[in-house]
Design a binder for this molecule. Sequence first.
Ligand code: CP3
Length: 350
Amino acid sequence: MNQPATKTLTTAKPFIEVLNGQKADHIPFWFMRQAGRYLPEYRELRASKKGFLDMAFNPDAACEITLQPIRRFGMDAAIIFSDILVIPYALGQALDFVEGEGPKLEPIRDAQALSKLGISQLEAKLSPVYEALSKVSGELDDKTALIGFAGAPWTVATYMVEGGSSRDFINVKKMAYGQPELFSSMINLLIESTAHYLIKQVEAGAEALQIFDSWSGALDSDEFRKWVIEPTRQIVDLVKDSHPTIPIIGFPKGAGYGYVPYAENTGVTALGLDSQVSTKWAARVLQPLMPVQGNLDPIALLTGGDALKLAVERVIGDLSGGPFVFNLGHGIHKDTPVEHVEELIGLLRS
Ligand code: CP3
């Protein structure tokens, strides 16, 4: 029987191949917070909008901002322009991003405040994010992957209880340690809404997901199991029930030795490493378990020059022996010169 002529060109995306434990033709890279204030084209667009949420919930603007770094630098993945705090917002918590001060939320400190939140508005409020994802998905070439994301319940809860960014997390830890039942009901609401949100992002075109647990390092090891590992495992289970092959990157920033039980128990596909994780230790202990992503110190990128070159050589030297996605250990600092990002990409491509 005659076979129709088939294209032998592979359409596999290097970033996805590596997350699936396969070899790619180069080390794929993207940078956390690659869309944002270090880019002049972002600052220009931001000046024309009322505020952060006005951009994030405008599908055309969110699509444009997601694509800005890809046009300039050609990363292997685009991450949808949004924020982890859209979930509390969609659950009904008042949220504002104050220029220069970060996010401000009406703090939730008791059962009464918590009872006002719910999932009835979730779909309506989050649909612009799904619309933005499908727009971006239609614009990317066949080598560039699209990442959807959400905050992990613990990290999102820190903002919900503290009412914004925090140094010591006293209020949220007091609730977690002292009123575990109340705190559990908040975490359960976050598990349910976050899993739903991630599933819908996949349906809108996300090809991989990242779960940001930026403040997982604030907890002791028992509480880390309860509020970081367990909720993440439940979200991963729910997402994989709907989409069994979607790669999920877990980023338990600051977890230290907690990276090991996190890798062993959450079901994530890959681990995002923060800059404090030793790359030699990660190569020996974590990379045999699953692919890793990371972990250049964003301040080495801000510094540039020899400091940048040395740090990049160490990260690549230590981690490129196994499945590895190059990234930073945290988001790009807003004062990073664009030329340093160019320099870094030059190093990665050479
Ligand atoms: O990575 C990307 O390019 C995608 C977009 C993205 C944003 N926030 C846009 C944003 C992502 C993935 C996030 C995640 C996020 N948001 C995290 C987890 C990662 C981390 O940094 O630890 C956290 C903790 C937040 C919460 C948040 N959002 C804070 C504390 C702030 C204010 C401080 C800051 O960095 O500006 C934001 C605002 C925010 N989110 C901005 C951007 C581009 C700045 C908005 C602006 O003023 O233009």
